[in-house]
Design a protein. Structure first.
Length: 132
């Protein structure tokens, strides 16, 4: 498993990026015996950009953001495994995060989900986070 992560902040802007890759071996017996389609290699990445609309001197923040992600959970498969095109995915997420306190966050976003099989279904998400 390999991962590369970057994060930066400048004034009200923030940027995040992640690349990851996983390599598995000796899956022929597992896939043949269980009838699974476990891939030998998985790859993916995302980049995210946001801007805090509130004055940075305030404790609270209101941050619209956009994220682009692309990943394939069947990047490479063994010869006896059929590749599933729905596993090669691209998502674009547009959202808004509100933090009344540093430890509390409320988020809403909308994700446009696409894949090579053209079976992606868009998704609306809402969440609350608390770090203690």
């Amino acid at each position: 498993l390999f991962e590369l992560h970057a994060q930066a902040r400048y004034k009200g802007w923030y940027f995040r990026a992640l690349y990851t890759q996983a390599q598995l071996s000796n899956l022929n017996l597992v896939n043949t015996t269980l009838g699974n389609n476990i891939a030998e290699q998985l790859k993916g990445y995302y980049v995210e950009l946001g801007y805090n609309l509130f004055d940075k001197r305030l404790e609270e923040s209101l941050t619209p953001f956009v994220r682009y992600e692309s990943y394939n959970t069947q990047e490479s498969v063994s010869q006896n495994v059929t590749t599933d095109p729905s596993k090669e995915r691209t998502n674009i997420t547009i959202g808004l995060a509100y933090q009344p306190l540093d430890q509390v966050i409320f988020k809403v976003d909308y994700t446009i989900r696409e894949n090579e099989a053209e079976t992606g279904v868009d998704q609306f998400n809402a969440g609350i986070g608390y770090m203690f």
